[in-house]
Write a protein that binds this ligand. Sequence first.
Ligand SMILES: Nc1ncnc2c1ncn2[C@@H]1O[C@H](COP(=O)(O)OP(=O)(O)OP(=O)(O)O)[C@@H](O)[C@H]1O
Ligand SMILES: Nc1ncnc2c1ncn2[C@@H]1O[C@H](COP(=O)(O)OP(=O)(O)OP(=O)(O)O)[C@@H](O)[C@H]1O
Ligand SMILES: [Mg+2]
Ligand SMILES: [Mg+2]
Lengths: 261, 261
Amino acid sequence: PGQIIAVANQKGGVGKTTTAINLGTALAAMQLRVLLVDMDPQGNASTGLGIKGRDRKVNTYDLLLGDAPLETVCTGTRVPGLDICPANGDLSSADVALLDDPHRLRRLRRALREADDRTPRGGYDYVIIDCPPSLNVLTLNALVAAHAVLVPLQCEFFAMEGLTQIMDSIRKVQRGQNPELRVLGIVLTMFDRRNNLSADVAAEVREIYSDLVYETVIPRNVRLSEAPSHEKPALIYDPYCPGSHAYVALAGELRARRRIA
Amino acid sequence: PGQIIAVANQKGGVGKTTTAINLGTALAAMQLRVLLVDMDPQGNASTGLGIKGRDRKVNTYDLLLGDAPLETVCTGTRVPGLDICPANGDLSSADVALLDDPHRLRRLRRALREADDRTPRGGYDYVIIDCPPSLNVLTLNALVAAHAVLVPLQCEFFAMEGLTQIMDSIRKVQRGQNPELRVLGIVLTMFDRRNNLSADVAAEVREIYSDLVYETVIPRNVRLSEAPSHEKPALIYDPYCPGSHAYVALAGELRARRRIA
Ligand SMILES: Nc1ncnc2c1ncn2[C@@H]1O[C@H](COP(=O)(O)OP(=O)(O)OP(=O)(O)O)[C@@H](O)[C@H]1O
Ligand SMILES: Nc1ncnc2c1ncn2[C@@H]1O[C@H](COP(=O)(O)OP(=O)(O)OP(=O)(O)O)[C@@H](O)[C@H]1O
Ligand SMILES: [Mg+2]
Ligand SMILES: [Mg+2]
């Protein structure tokens, strides 16, 4: 396939889903073909793109269990060029269902690679995987399947503290099941100009992780949190808001960094 | 023991840890003896109360595995009357370690009840359990151990969508391993007067869940998110800020509701 990017951070509420939806939309707006894989039993990425409950009967859980191929599971969205593998609560049974499979962490990798074998060049330019807030079998499947991982980091103290845990998990996967996995970068989210905390966190993270931290910073912007209730990405709900601009810039920076890497 | 309250919601970043720390502190300030059990491998409640990594060698993981009794695991904090069972990354191995135990969901319940048998009246008035952002073995242990569950709800669209999932899980536990479990209430958090989204979400939740929703609303207040970097609850870091006032009011409402219940 094209580049498979996992959007992961075990800290909750840092902007994983908001980043997956809006980065995906911004890339699709550049005439790229994008697939969003919703790996969270909360199904927020699916909800944010307007996928109704009745249209998730076949979903990422079936993909992981090998009960349905990618072509059957994925469906179009109201964003041209952006497809999605939707998710619902079924996914929370994946832990138990895959227990006895020694290769349980490679299920998603296999499903994506097999789909690519069937349609090598007709596939997607980018596959973006939205992960749940934990380091469980779902997030590990995403890290094993991915070429690279993007870590959204809320500009808050607890989120900064949690950075070492996700970086440790990535290193473990690199040493084990996916040596080619690389860290695409850290994206600062919900940056609030009005308080010092955001600036302090941003400065500290840039000092420790330097070039890994993207130049593009996603500001705290209420339009980003209003958009899901309208079942649209912010880029469609309010294309001129600061949040949308930031995600378009993020897509640009991601593409530019790819050329350099 | 006294009343055991689980603070739970699988949606990430809704204010579970902030509520556990500051509600615990507000109850301790009323001369009540409070124990905070950190059930999250992120260990944010432990960090927010200044427990260093070297002081978490014995932690909630040992309590769950039965390797150490409550008296050995719990330790004092800088808040008079507030003890904590600290947590660290060890806890993320609990899933696998408890796999073969048919009673794996009752481990915390057993540890707390056994401690109470040893010191019936000398124990705690309140035990508050901070849960991770998932419905896994850790959160289920908390729901099986608890008398009641408090659900923090961020005033955002995705968080509101997720309310049915936590309510479903609570019902399953009530029908199964813990029939006495009751829903203490829903606490609206990060309410932002500046935008309509908070007001819309609050109105919708009050309409659906009516009396279950606490009168006390926790405002978005940067002092709440600054406090953990000083290793203090907001009630000590800045006792007069809107966030601290709200948590003191929450403790008052919780006590009053208990008399009525
Ligand atoms: N830059 C932003 N400005 C304002 N609100 C935001 C921003 N990014 C995300 N939000 C809102 O903050 C909340 C948390 O974001 P989101 O759900 O994307 O995080 P997450 O990491 O996917 O959460 P989870 O850990 O539960 O999966 C959501 O209600 C979202 O709408
Ligand atoms: N009322 C508030 N006003 C402003 N910031 C807040 C408020 N409540 C919590 N925060 C901040 O928002 C972030 C998320 O809160 P917190 O970590 O308590 O949520 P959580 O539900 O415990 O997250 P997780 O799902 O990762 O366990 C933290 O950085 C915290 O400091
Ligand atoms: Mg999410
Ligand atoms: Mg927490």
